[in-house]
Design a protein around this ligand. Structure first.
Ligand code: NAP
Length: 327
């Protein structure tokens, strides 16, 4: 029987499942099937983005599950994200509309500003995964474009469906890769409260103050790259290749053995037990299943502390210079 995932209530009032399927680096060729498989296993939350280049295929997978009566549209929570070249108001609207059409599900449950940096406009057809930070030849990082985050935030507020804006096609909005100062800034003018902050979060990068800030301001945190270096091995990341995999640390291994769970499940539970939503990616059906079944056991306070003590403030997802978002 499919696993039923608990949900949390967002500031917008909508419910978001605490375990989702993240689809960065899920190939276009297999994405529809893998999303369909995920839903069949019980996933009710898919985390996508314009720059993953697979929204249309992911949408096909969801539609197949709907057509077969496995779920209804309203049972599935779909996230997408606005890419950096489209921060200007009209571009943001245009891109969100294209992204919504690509998914083909009528609306998006959550739309995030992917990174707090605006780069010059590049026509959609010239952007090709994974060359999103740079030109299509990947020779130079696309220059900055002067668009204040306030303009981009207002633009995505205008997408939200409300009584006054019945044609809006987004249910909740939020930000990703933002840090304290900019979150305070957004809160100073937001007419619609940010529902979600999506950040890199794993035991090598715990960011407790940022998480406290989000909590204090009723913003739900989604953690990405929960397995730390694992995802970045696929990117040939130099540090990811040399640092000890989180799965092999004594802290994670001993807790996993004690509970009879896999190290991956322990890392996911370390997050969800602290109220942090997780969106693990897997191209394997077996691991998808394992990841979904990660919220069926509890760690002790001591075990959580033991894993948190691995923190070394090590960030893997850092854009190329001269973009210095996390400086
Ligand atoms: P992740 O989910 O932490 O790790 C994925 C890697 O771990 C893959 O190599 C996967 O391999 C492997 N894996 C999956 N389940 C496993 C398990 N149970 N045991 C052992 N290995 C396992 O990393 P991520 O993809 O970077 O992050 C997750 C999602 O977060 C992304 O897909 C994306 O949706 C989102 N994200 C957002 C941002 C942002 O800027 N907002 C940045 C990065 C990621 P297999 O595929 O072979 O299983």
């Amino acid at each position: 029987m499919a696993v039923k995932t608990p949900t949390v209530k967002l500031a917008s009032g909508y419910e978001m499942p605490i375990v989702g399927f993240g689809i960065w680096k899920v190939p276009q060729e297999t994405c529809a099937d893998q999303v369909y498989n995920a839903i069949k296993l019980g996933y009710r939350h898919i985390d996508g983005a314009w720059d993953y280049g697979n929204s249309a295929e992911a949408g096909q997978g969801v539609r197949r599950a709907i057509e077969e009566g496995i779920v209804k549209r309203e049972d599935v929570f779909i996230t997408s994200k606005l890419w950096n070249n489209y921060h200007a108001r009209d571009r943001a609207h245009e891109m969100a509309k294209l992204e919504n059409e690509a998914w083909g599900l009528g609306y998006l449950d959550l739309f995030l500003i992917h990174f707090p940096v605006s780069q010059e406009f590049i026509p959609y057809e010239q952007l090709r995964y994974p060359a999103f930070w740079s030109d299509k030849e990947q020779t130079k990082v696309t220059p900055f474009k002067q668009v204040p985050i306030q303009e981009t935030w207002k633009a995505i507020e205008e997408l939200v469906q409300t009584k006054e804006n019945p044609n809006g096609f987004v249910k909740s909005i939020g930000v990703s890769n933002f840090q304290a100062q900019l979150i305070y800034d957004v809160l100073s003018y937001a007419k619609i409260h940010p529902s979600v902050l999506q950040i890199e979060h794993h035991p090598y990068l715990t960011q407790p103050d940022l998480i406290a800030l989000a909590r204090e301001n009723n913003i739900t945190v989604t953690g990405y790259s929960t397995f730390g270096p694992q995802s970045f091995l696929e990117m040939d990341h130099a540090v990811a290749k040399t640092i000890k995999p989180l799965f092999e640390t004594d802290a994670v291994k001993s807790v996993a053995t004690k509970h009879g769970k896999s190290p991956g499940q322990v890392l996911l539970r370390w997050c969800t037990q602290r109220g942090i939503i997780v969106i693990p990616k897997s191209n394997s059906v077996e691991r998808l299943k394992q990841n979904l079944e990660s919220s069926t056991f509890d760690l002790s306070e001591d075990e959580i502390k033991q894993i948190s003590a691995l923190n070394v403030n090590l960030r893997f997802n850092n854009p190329p210079a001269p973009i210095r978002i996390f400086a």
